[in-house]
Design a protein around this ligand. Structure first.
Ligand SMILES: Cc1cc2nc3c(=O)[nH]c(=O)nc-3n(C[C@H](O)[C@H](O)[C@H](O)COP(=O)(O)OP(=O)(O)OC[C@H]3O[C@@H](n4cnc5c(N)ncnc54)[C@H](O)[C@@H]3O)c2cc1C
Length: 416
């Protein structure tokens, strides 16, 4: 089947083993139990409150689900499957609370992807704090005029050689945990003329003067997750807060000026590539929740004297939901596995995020349809899951941007 497409078959399907090991099965059950006992029962309340669910994040920290050790263990798993498996279960519980628990991971990924080993050791734990005193991290890339087009960031970072500090100025938009985080990782332009190749990432430590929260957004979904503007007004950070260090940045900028590009990836892109299968796993968890709920409902609900599932119109919808969910999971697991075993070849990370997020929107909408009038009300969770699913086609690269990445990867052309 793949003989005409060696780029797809080589090193991908031939070597993949998707049997979860004992550790992974235990983690899956452990997260599922927490999602079922703690997260799902709290989902409606925190969606209505539109507030960050500190008590639930605290509970997650107490059992070790919210914490850098959990993240590092997952990132160290050679199969790559531990984190997507865990995230699917967590988001099966509730996506708003799930994001509140997972939001710091983006900052941690930004630090791990761009920092020196010393910086990773110092700042990744600081994004989580301890079970007694949880901390939060925020990854600040997007701006009011630069979301998909991350090469056009206006936030500037200027080196003050007299004090050996960096001075950051600008406004960041739609930042998860923005303003309430302890550690903000900020991507800024050092040399705007070089576009994405002239950017660097900086850690803004807790309590730094000049960083403040702008507007807090009122959102369509994932309303328990905090999303806000971050305003940087003459924020001064010491030189050790430049992720990767000055020598590496100077060498990168010199290469970019000489060649027109540095051969290195933009800092924001490095982070997003690594996290795409995990964002897909979030969407997958929501889709599975809605599918399971709709399946049970369709067996119970009677119309015209029989369970509604006995109509092919309903049964086939559920069949399609199951197929799309399984297809999404296979793409996510393949991408997560490839990320640890040789890297993406044809935009597999983007494929997984694209497929899973579009599937989640479709499946949750079908679930509303299957529940009829009840599905449209807030008495049942499927309308919330539908609202929650939609963000996955937008953040960490919209569906159109995922298609662009895939199109460029499969064609080798700079498709615009
Ligand atoms: C709840 C939430 C949480 C978020 N969390 C974070 C966070 O923690 N950190 C962070 O940095 N950002 C975050 N974001 C920002 C998010 O990543 C951006 O909103 C997203 O990347 C899209 O950017 P944009 O909104 O500027 O849309 P635009 O880039 O203006 O896109 C608008 C539309 O045009 C399409 N489009 C744009 N360019 C192209 C193209 N070349 N080809 C085809 N179509 C195109 C897009 O797909 C989209 O449909 C968050 C956003 C939300 C809503």
């Amino acid at each position: 089947m793949f003989s005409d497409s060696p780029a797809v078959s080589e090193g991908t399907l031939a070597m993949v083993d998707f049997a979860l090991n004992e550790d992974q099965l235990q983690i899956q059950k452990w997260v599922h139990d927490f999602a079922e006992d703690v997260v799902r029962p709290a989902g409606h309340e925190w969606d209505e409150r539109e507030e960050f669910p500190y008590p639930i994040v605290q509970q997650a920290a107490e059992i070790g689900l919210y914490g850098y050790e959990f993240l590092l263990n997952g990132m160290g798993d050679p199969t790559g499957l531990t984190l997507p498996v865990a995230i699917e279960e967590l988001f099966w519980g509730d996506a708003g609370i799930g994001m509140a628990i997972m939001g710091s991971a983006l900052a941690a990924a930004g630090i791990s992807g761009n920092g020196t080993p010393e910086q990773v050791l110092e700042w990744v734990p600081a994004c989580y704090g301890t079970a007694d005193k949880v901390a939060l991290g925020a990854f600040c890339v997007s701006e009011p005029d630069a979301g998909s087009d991350v090469s056009s960031l206006r936030t500037r970072a200027v080196n003050d050689q007299a004090t050996d500090e960096w001075v950051l100025n600008g406004t960041k938009a739609w930042i998860t945990n923005g303003g309430i985080a302890d550690v903000h990782v900020v991507v800024a332009a050092v040399d705007p003329a070089l576009k994405g190749r002239g950017q660097a990432s900086f850690v803004v430590p807790p309590g730094t003067t000049g960083l403040s929260q702008g507007q807090k957004y009122k959102k369509h979904g994932i309303r328990a997750s905090h999303t806000a503007e971050v305003v940087l007004d003459d924020v001064r950070v010491p030189s050790r807060c430049l992720l990767g260090g000055k020598d590496k940045l100077d060498a990168k900028l010199a290469r970019a000026r000489e060649l027109g590009h540095s051969g290195e990836k933009q800092p924001a892109m490095t982070t997003f590539e690594a996290t795409r299968p995990l964002v897909g796993a979030q969407a997958l968890g929501i889709a599975r929740a809605a599918y399971e709920f709709a399946l049970d409902y369709a067996k119970e609900r009677k119309a015209f004297g029989k369970a509604i599932i006995m109509n092919q119109a309903i049964a086939f919808k559920l069949a399609n939901m199951a197929v799309e969910i399984d297809a999404s999971r296979l793409l996510i697991w393949r991408a997560a596995w490839l990320a640890r075993n040789g890297g993406f070849r044809n935009g597999e990370g983007s494929m997984s995020k694209y497929k899973a997020s579009e599937t989640a929107v479709r499946v949750t909408e079908d679930a509303i349809q299957i529940l009829g009038g009840y599905g449209y009300t807030r008495d049942y969770p499927v309308e919330r899951w539908h609202r929650d699913s939609k963000i996955h086609t937008i953040f960490e690269g919209t569906s159109e941007i995922q298609q662009l990445v895939i199109a460029r990867a499969i064609s080798g052309l700079r498709i615009e």
